[in-house]
Design a protein around this ligand. Sequence first.
Ligand code: SAM
Ligand code: SF4
Length: 333
Amino acid sequence: MLNAPALEPRRDQFGRAIEYLRISVTDRCNFRCVYCMPAEGLDWLPKRDILSYEEIVAIVAQLAPLGLSRLRITGGEPTIRPDLAQLIAQLKAIPGISDIALSTNGVKLPAMAAELAAAGLDRVNISADSLRPDRIAAIARRDLKFDPVAAITAARRAGLDPVKVNVVVMRGINDDEVGDLARLTLEHVVHVRFIELMPVGEMANLTWEHVVPSDEVLSRAAEAVGPLTGAEGPARGNGPAKYFRASGAAGTVGVITPMTHTYCGSCNRVRLTADGRLRTCLYGDHEVNLRDPLRSGAALAPLFETALANKPKEHQLLQMQVGGLRALSQVGG
Ligand code: SAM
Ligand code: SF4
């Protein structure tokens, strides 16, 4: 379906154009990844606090005219919320929305990819920290028989493009698989992105010692796939990752470096939490309640403009100031 052209994005107080909204549709998850959530889960938000799909659509419809054109559906695990395809179809029909992506742990993707793509989903990021079934279950603390290659294949078959794979690298836990995961790019048209662990929130004793700097990751990847040269990232959805390609490879290897190189200067995004708070930075306390004003019929555009005027210059992650955040799943990662 043809959609109206995107409008000029609003700029924040530092001149950054904000055109990308990450929407968390649930704080719940069918995994308990060691770097993301406590084993027992979190105190889940009560249902009445969570935005309904109608409310999410109403918020996006009010913000799209301010130049938001790209959306990412995330969580928690978005695929466990019922009728996700209906939400995607409604969001895609909003004038100005040109691109919708999904972040998922991939468990339900083989069953859902075709339906989501038909509803208007453009692309997908699949989290896969290992290719070994026993290790996948140990990191996720759930054995749901997740098969990363099956998820990639289903996504590509459904026409989702690009397909990205996100790997959180942890020293002594899965860093010995960097080569195997990089090898996926030799045959598959995928972008395998290695993310530096952010040792924040309530995690299973993960510390700075588990962080593997991206330079080390790249040299390990090159040992497996041969020399890597700088490459263009995927045509759509280029974010903070830097991309490289092995000679003759179908896909690319990428790194995302929140710990060793910040990329706040080119930040183009804001986040909507499952309970309707607009967060202008992943970390810190910068958030504005959109849910209650929406429920009482107030206009959201002025609140959005004020939030952008207060968007911080950069996060304070390296100083470990995370603003009371317990898990990335609470803010959509
Ligand atoms: N459940 C979905 C998934 O796993 O892709 C979407 C939500 S998850 C919070 C979004 C992303 O955040 C995932 O790629 C996950 O690996 C990443 N993430 C979560 N905690 C992290 C941490 N402590 N350090 C680095 N990345 C993290
Ligand atoms: Fe769930 Fe994603 Fe967090 Fe893992 S990273 S616990 S899949 S929200």
